[in-house]
Ligand binder design. Structure first.
Ligand SMILES: Nc1ncnc2c1ncn2[C@@H]1O[C@H](COP(=O)(O)OP(=O)(O)O)[C@@H](O)[C@H]1O
Ligand SMILES: [Mg+2]
Length: 293
């Protein structure tokens, strides 16, 4: 992402249009032939070739010259450039800050808007390290024969953005969704520390109960189950308020696997508090209390 932020000011609008033409072509195949890029950009061949040469030199594309027609695909920096460009254009953000977190399937950066408000920018990178996560998102695939990493990451961002919006309405302390584009989400910046990295809690039972209470409110009022809850996705701020992040894998409470996924979330939290703080709890009882309004 830092590369994308550095290159963006150097690019001309024609360069961006060529990148977008490749992006459109990538809906149908990973590599897009020069002729198709020309078609989608609606530039003459000469301009198309000139722009392709430029964006390739900036290292935003990968070229395949093994077939009889040369073809291009966006690499992750190329895609970052497009997402970042749109967020800047829409005045959502104006400046990228430092890397603040690295998750299983994302990078999170600080960023700022024109009024110096600080936000977090989450960039989806599903498929970067393993295709296991892509498989998890198979349900998105539907009837499509070809599923690109662009599409998977774009859908992931959309899904999490939507989830953040639903939960934000409950006035808990989850990040406020600010904007999204392609594989990028902008949300409020949370100050705090993941439970996993906290060495000591003064009153672990109190924190444990707060987490369960928050899960229950989200379950009962928004009909949502986190689906990937654990000590890495629970942040504690300086007032020991609970902030639950990372909502990509959420499911609605009427999902066919809702019970077992809720159980897993609750058990993860119970096990963590048992192991690290020796807090006793009864997951079965806790889950039953979720079902009673
Ligand atoms: N809104 C935010 N404010 C501050 N830091 C955040 C925010 N969202 C995520 N982070 C940081 O980035 C890390 C990865 O984010 P997360 O949403 O958990 O991604 P992943 O799905 O890759 O695990 C988090 O563990 C946290 O340190
Ligand atoms: Mg996470």
């Amino acid at each position: 992402m830092a590369e994308a932020a550095e290159i963006l000011p150097e690019l001309e609008k024609e360069d961006l249009r060529i990148l977008m033409a490749i992006e459109i072509g990538m809906k149908r195949s990973e590599y897009v032939t020069v002729n198709n890029i020309k078609f989608y950009s609606r530039y003459p061949m000469e301009e198309t070739l000139f722009r392709l040469k430029r964006v390739h030199k900036w290292n935003l594309t990968v070229r395949d010259s093994s077939k009889n027609e040369i073809a291009y695909t966006l690499n992750s920096i190329g895609y970052d450039v497009l997402g970042l460009h749109t967020l800047v254009e829409k005045n959502v953000i104006s400046q990228l800050g430092p890397l603040i977190g690295k998750g299983k399937e994302s990078d999170v950066y600080g960023c700022m808007d024109e009024n110096n408000n600080i936000y977090a920018l989450k960039i989806y990178r599903i498929g970067r390290t393993s295709f296991k996560n892509i498989r998890k998102l198979r349900s998105f695939q539907g009837e499509r024969k070809h599923i690109s990493w662009l599409y998977v990451n774009r859908l992931a961002a959309k899904k999490e953005f939507k989830a953040l919006g639903k939960i934000y309405k409950l006035k808990l302390n989850t990040p406020k969704p600010i904007g999204f584009n392609r594989h990028l989400i902008v949300m409020s910046y949370l100050r705090g520390k993941e439970l996993a990295y906290i060495q000591h809690l003064r009153n672990p039972s109190k924190i444990f109960n707060r987490i369960i209470k928050q899960m229950k409110i989200i379950y009962q009022k928004a009909n949502m189950i986190h689906g990937d809850l654990g000590e890495f996705n629970i942040i504690l701020d300086h007032k020991e308020k609970i902030l639950i992040i990372d909502w990509l894998q959420w499911i609605p409470s009427d999902h066919p696997n809702a019970n077992s996924i809720l159980e897993r979330d609750v058990e993860n939290v119970c096990n963590f508090f048992k192991k690290k703080y020796n807090v006793e709890s009864n997951p079965t009882k806790i889950i039953q209390s979720f079902y009673k309004k």
